[in-house]
Design a protein around this ligand. Structure first.
Ligand SMILES: C[C@@]1(CC(=O)O)c2cc3[nH]c(cc4nc(cc5[nH]c(cc(n2)[C@H]1CCC(=O)O)[C@@](C)(CC(=O)O)[C@@H]5CCC(=O)O)C(CC(=O)O)=C4CCC(=O)O)c(CCC(=O)O)c3CC(=O)O
Ligand SMILES: NC(=O)C1=CN([C@@H]2O[C@H](COP(=O)(O)OP(=O)(O)OC[C@H]3O[C@@H](n4cnc5c(N)ncnc54)[C@H](O)[C@@H]3O)[C@@H](O)[C@H]2O)C=CC1
Length: 152
């Protein structure tokens, strides 16, 4: 990704497809449900961190047809080639996050701090998610010292 354009999305009336039902999918799904997205998961299995009642589950391996109606797609399988295909077979208007290949992704997720009246997001342009996580922890410590009453 050369020069990312940062935005905040309202996903409350959007259809989001997640392919794969493992650990990474579970983390992305948690964040998506927290903002009211309508989530469909395509996977032959769901791990125990995914509540099947909170999503639409297509109990199957990936096929392009399943994603036709989706506005946003998260390719979260542990099969690099399948994730590549998802990006390749998406329509030009669909945005795809390929979680196993940052060089083949339309967008990246960010580490986030949500307070009552502001939000802080952190990205390393894809270079180091763990560095984003560490910086977030430092920011949280600093914020707590500056705004002890703020809810986060
Ligand atoms: C490019 C990006 C694309 C995207 O996913 O959007 C991406 C890609 C990859 N992540 C990998 C590994 C891990 N990612 C995490 C965690 C997070 N990853 C997130 C974002 C992003 N990850 C985007 C860039 C973010 C940036 O620019 O900073 C966060 C911030 C947000 C979120 O996921 O919602 C969230 C922390 C949130 C929080 O805690 O607050 C952990 C730690 C953990 O799981 O606890 C690990 C384990 C290893 C480690 O620690 O590094 C691998 C290697 C896979 C492999 O090789 O096996 C790839 C693939 C690649 O690099 O191509
Ligand atoms: N972007 C990120 O934040 C991170 C990305 N990764 C990458 O994410 C990928 C997945 O990692 P985990 O979730 O830990 O793996 P996992 O093994 O927990 O889950 C993989 C899931 O994909 C499903 N799957 C496999 N083939 C499929 C297919 N053809 N169609 C539909 N579903 C299919 C499996 O059934 C399983 O539910 C790996 O490629 C890893 O490199 C890993 C850590 C963080």
């Amino acid at each position: 990704m050369q020069k990312p354009y940062p935005i905040l999305l309202d996903l409350s009336d959007k259809k989001v497809g997640v392919v794969g039902g493992g650990n990474v999918a579970a983390r992305k799904i948690k964040g998506l449900l927290a903002v009211g997205a309508d989530v469909t998961v395509v996977s032959p299995e769901l791990n125990d961190k995914i509540d099947a009642d909170s999503i639409h589950w297509i109990n199957s391996r990936y096929a392009a047809d399943y994603l036709k109606q989706m506005d946003l797609v998260f390719a979260c399988t542990d099969d690099f080639e399948v994730n590549q295909r998802i990006k390749q077979e998406a329509k030009p208007f669909q945005l795809v996050n390929n979680t196993s290949n940052k060089h083949n992704s339309d967008f990246y997720n960010v580490a986030q701090i949500n307070a009552d009246d502001f939000m802080i997001t952190i990205s390393t342009y894809g270079a180091s998610p763990s560095a984003s996580k560490q910086l977030k922890a430092k920011m949280l410590t600093w914020l707590k010292s500056q705004y002890p009453d703020e809810r986060r």
